[in-house]
Unconditional design. Structure first.
Length: 430
């Protein structure tokens, strides 16, 4: 059965049985005198748990069940009209409170998920940079380029890919494998796409060395898909009888938890199986997965607005999805200079940049020194506070507020995060 339908049936059944249980208890104690209509706690509890619709429905079941009980048995306690109306109103208000609380909880959880994804991405970038500098110091003479440069080149190629959402761009995959083989001393290796976060394809999208078909039931493969963590073949597995045809399996998992592909290593030198080498491979794979996932999200925006930087397009799409999914608000601010605008304002604002903000210089025209800013998780109050902080910086450094320096300021809320929305905004403001 469909999980959504099963959940609806469960809630409906609980909403009907709970007030009927209260009526049964009331019937057993029909001779007792009660100062408080406690039986209305049943629909109140349903309303607080599931919202307005189920709560009011449960209250109606209680009222109708009471009349049916009087008609069939003749001994149930009759509820006065005021009690019925008051009970339904209390149930409705409790349902409204529950629905509002649930929406606020969903909004807070979505904001937390977004911040965790950003933190995960920044952590991966930092780790890759640290590994890159360490390797550069060790191999400065023999290597013609450093790790971060190679990863940036791959990320740029991924950003130019024409792959649609849910597809892996095949052209850069060979380059990714060559880079992994160069830094990780890999032998026969293949990349296998994963669909729905759990099903791996048997045919490789790209490979190094002889062609091979993936055994999807291999213990290393199933373990990596389940845990989304790097796994390698060890002596403990041999002793436990868990034979594997592969040496290392790397999950290409993005920061949002999406498992895009598996990198399966068939041949690996013994001296390459060390902690530093495996951590380097894992960090490089995660960095590429983030770039690949980000390329898919930002490509639709850049297809409509080609001059938009990839990082800005990715953040625009992310914040739009966040608004559509959980009504979490984020804002944009567009600064454009007038005829006698003060120089150095853009540089001053960029020097006070916050960690989650994204900046796009010259969004209207390449020759016009404007600035567009994305304020993540910012409503109207946070946007006004940001503008007041900019005005304070301008007064401190130039002696006047931003508009007094010849700059116009426009701002608004991100709605859908599409390329069409961004293009319409730039055309309107231009």
């Amino acid at each position: 059965m469909d999980p959504a339908l099963s959940s609806i049936l469960k809630k409906s059944l609980e909403s009907a049985l709970f007030p009927l249980l209260a009526l049964a208890v009331l019937y057993l104690w029909h001779d007792a005198h009660f100062d408080y209509p406690w039986w209305w706690l049943a629909p109140l509890a349903i309303a607080l748990r599931y919202g307005v619709a189920y709560g009011v429905g449960s209250g109606l079941v209680l009222v109708i069940g009471n009349f049916v009980e009087i008609w069939l048995l003749g001994t149930a306690r009759s509820q006065p009209g005021g009690e019925i109306i008051g009970g339904l109103i209390a149930t409705y208000l409790a349902g409204l409170y529950a629905s509002h609380s649930q929406s606020r909880l969903i909004e807070a959880n979505s904001s937390l998920d977004y911040l965790e994804q950003r933190l995960e991405s920044l952590t991966r970038v930092f780790y890759v940079t640290r590994l890159s500098h360490a390797r550069l110091e060790e191999n400065l003479i023999t290597q013609s380029y450093d790790l971060r440069t190679a990863l940036d080149a791959i990320a740029a190629e991924l950003g130019k890919s024409d792959a649609q959402q849910g597809e892996l761009p095949q052209r850069p995959l060979g380059h990714i494998l060559q880079m992994l083989a160069y830094y990780g001393r890999l032998g026969t290796t293949g990349v296998f796409q994963v669909t729905d976060n759990r099903r791996a394809q048997s045919e490789p999208l790209a490979y190094i060395g002889p062609h091979f078909v993936l055994d999807v039931n291999d213990p290393l493969v199933t373990g990596v898909i389940e845990n989304q963590q790097l796994a390698y073949y060890s002596v403990d597995q041999i002793l436990a009888g868990q034979a594997s045809a592969y040496r290392v399996v790397l999950p290409m998992s993005a920061a949002d938890g999406t498992l895009l592909a598996l990198i399966v290593v068939v041949e690996l030198p013994l001296l390459a199986v060390d902690e530093e080498n495996l951590l380097t491979l894992a960090a490089m794979t995660a960095f590429v997965a983030d770039a690949m996932r980000g390329g898919q999200l930002s490509h639709a925006v850049r297809r409509t607005v080609p001059t938009c930087p990839p990082e800005f397009a990715l953040e625009w799409a992310r914040l739009g999805h966040l608004r559509q999914r959980a009504e979490v608000h984020s804002a944009w601010v567009l600064l454009s200079p007038g005829r006698d605008a003060q120089d150095g304002v853009v540089e001053l604002i960029q020097s006070a940049r916050r960690g989650l903000d994204q900046y796009w210089r010259a969004p209207l025209e390449p020759s016009q020194p404007g600035l567009m800013i994305l304020l993540a998780l910012a409503g109207h109050g946070a946007t006004n506070g940001f503008l007041q902080r900019i005005d304070a910086l301008c007064r401190e450094n130039f002696g006047s507020h931003l508009r007094g320096l010849g700059w116009s300021v426009r701002h608004g809320q991100i709605r859908k995060g599409t390329g069409e929305e961004l293009l319409a905004l730039l055309q309107r403001e231009g």
